[in-house]
Design a protein around this ligand. Structure first.
Ligand code: ARG
Length: 578
């Protein structure tokens, strides 16, 4: 909807400076609402006209700004044109602002923002997002939690913006660790415990056998033997491995469901062993694989072909490595899914790995590697629970639920909930997500339960609280969407601020889509919640004359829709009561 206004200003500008409207529309941005003064609605940075070749770079910017301002006229849409330092501000007709935005949100709340013409410049197609990707029997650390929620956000965002999305979980389900786990399980494992709590039990066996292997040669030999038999696909060995894998996937599915996350494919390193051998063969025939003095097989990645930078793809004993399997997996996926872009989400310690992976694909002549992206993120420090260090994803979720439920009982808010546990969990999860998404993904952050779960302040709890309050208001009085509507009832500064803020939604989505960072959307929703909270306080529905009350309800209903839409993109389930 913001584009109706952008377009109208762009049409005028186009007549003055000759550039096509389509070039001008994206240069007009909605102005962030400021508490101190009354905010203009749209803004044009005049140097963006210079950058786009519309104005000459030689003339003085301020002179050009003022000249342009003088040439612009007020009309039915634009009420005032004001020049500033290098910018031109536009005030648009507020009746029109109220009418246009609220009408679109009444008619098509789902498409608001996401179908803006501003987003048309984004490429659309099939996007494969690989995320979460934990390792069987190993700890599910905070990094995997981050990968899970970030990947889910990226997949959701891509989806609402009109891409076809394929969600892949690439399990760490192969490698020497299975030798240890298998050998360990034969001695220490119990089928009964496996049925009771599979992830916990596998983890315990794995920790124990690792400890023993440190000082016991025979354990190491048994592990190597188990892995050798596994690589040779010995039936019994393979069936035990398969049991570990199946059980793990089943358990993870339950936990992902609690997080509101799903995958289209559970793949993993084990899927690509034979393909990895084919890759090596191809590299050899094409003389892209060089053997070093120590017998390793490497691919030269240096510009000068002097091996100053390279990636190792085969050990001297002939076995493949993590990166070899990744090359194979990428080729497999390209053939199977014909993706247009592929996005990997892992912590930043794997950045070099992915840069090398993409380079290898390019060396092999696969141009689509240009559309492979790694989204790296930083560390979470100090995530623990009442029981100590967090080792499984379940521990984090249980802790969030427990603490949130406790807080809700203290605040005595949870009286009429049908399933207080579920609500507590949904709010707890949103709190984790918002805390995680607030900053740049690449930054490390310190985890603090107390801060995460605060009801006031910029938290997921606050977003949920705002949403639930709006929902309750609408439940009680209706949405105002089906009655006569008079926009002159929403000319107060609080209502206008909300509408001005809503004008920014498409720009915020565009920003997030371009850099795949959720913080733009998070900040937008937090500000929206603050504006909504103050409007809720100051613009009563109950006791107001009918027409005024209906207009306000329509505003609250619109606000609530955008809040819910944005939360869902972030991977949050908005709650109706709390
Ligand atoms: N399982 C790996 C780990 O936990 C992450 C896998 C990332 N994806 C990939 N294609 N290598 O570190």
């Amino acid at each position: 909807m913001a584009c109706f206004f952008r377009r109208s200003v762009a049409a005028q500008l186009s007549r003055i400076c000759g550039a096509p409207e389509d070039v001008l529309v994206p240069l007009l941005s909605a102005v962030p609402v400021s508490k101190k003064q009354s905010t203009p609605d749209l803004r044009l940075a005049v140097n963006s006209l210079v950058k786009n070749g519309v104005l000459s770079p030689d003339a003085d910017l301020q002179t050009q700004t003022e000249r342009l301002t003088k040439q612009l006229r007020v009309d039915a849409v634009v009420e005032e044109v004001i020049s500033g330092r290098g910018v031109i501000n536009f005030r648009i007709n507020k009746r029109l602002l109220v009418e246009k935005v609220l009408e679109q949100l009444r008619a098509e709340p789902q498409s608001f923002g996401v179908q803006s013409e501003l987003l048309r410049r984004l490429r659309r197609g099939r996007t494969l997002v690989e995320f979460s990707s934990p390792n069987i029997a190993k700890k599910f650390h905070a990094g995997h939690l981050r990968s899970t929620i970030i990947g889910n956000f990226i997949a959701n965002l891509k989806e609402v913006l009109g891409n076809e999305v394929i969600r892949v979980n690439y399990l760490g389900d192969w490698g020497m660790q299975f030798g240890l786990l298998g050998a360990g399980f034969q001695r220490l494992g119990s089928q009964e415990k496996l049925r009771e709590n599979a992830l916990q039990h596998l983890f315990e066996v794995y920790v124990q056998v690792n400890r023993e292997a440190e000082h016991d040669e025979s354990v190491r030999l048994a592990a190597a033997e188990f892995f050798r038999r596994l690589e040779q696909h010995d039936e019994q060995t393979l069936s035990l491995w398969k049991q570990f894998r199946d059980i793990t996937v089943e358990e993870y599915k339950k936990i992902y469901e609690r997080l509101g996350v799903r995958f289209d494919h559970y793949s993993g390193e084990s899927f690509h062993q034979s393909r990895a051998q084919e890759v090596l063969k191809e590299l050899r025939t094409r003389r892209l694989l060089k053997t070093t003095e120590k017998g390793k097989g490497v691919v030269d990645l240096s510009a000068a072909s002097d091996l100053s930078s390279y990636a190792t793809l085969v050990r001297s004993d002939g076995t493949s490595l993590y990166i070899t399997r990744d090359v194979a997996a990428a080729l497999d996926r390209k053939e199977r899914f014909h993706f247009d872009e592929m996005i990997y989400v892992t912590d930043k310690s794997q950045s070099v790995h992915f840069q090398q992976l993409f380079q290898i694909l390019r060396v092999m002549g696969h141009h689509w590697a240009e559309r492979c992206v790694h989204v790296p993120f930083g560390l979470v420090l100090g995530m623990s629970s009442r029981l100590g260090e967090v080792v499984l994803l379940e521990d984090v979720l249980n802790e969030a639920r427990y603490r949130m439920q406790h807080n809700m009982q203290e605040a005595k808010t949870s009286k009429e909930l049908t399933d207080p546990e579920l609500t507590a969990e949904q709010i707890g999860v949103s709190a984790l997500i918002i805390q995680d998404f607030k900053g740049k993904l690449i930054s490390d952050y310190k985890f603090d339960w107390q801060k995460v779960l605060q009801a006031q302040g910029d938290t997921g709890v606050f977003l949920q609280y705002t949403h639930a309050r709006l929902r309750s208001l609408l439940r009680m009085h209706g949405s105002g969407n089906h009655t006569h509507f008079n926009p002159s009832h929403l000319q107060d500064s609080r209502s206008i601020s909300i509408l001005q803020h809503l004008l920014r939604y498409d720009e915020v989505l565009l920003q997030s889509a371009l850099d795949l960072q959720p913080r733009h959307l998070v900040n937008f929703l937090i500000t929206l919640s603050h504006l909504a909270a103050s409007a809720h306080r100051e613009l009563p529905v109950k006791g107001s004359p009918a027409e005024l009350a209906q207009a306000r309800l329509r505003l609250f209903s619109a606000t609530c829709s955008v809040l819910a839409n944005g939360m869902k993109i972030l991977g949050i389930t908005p709650v109706d009561k709390m």
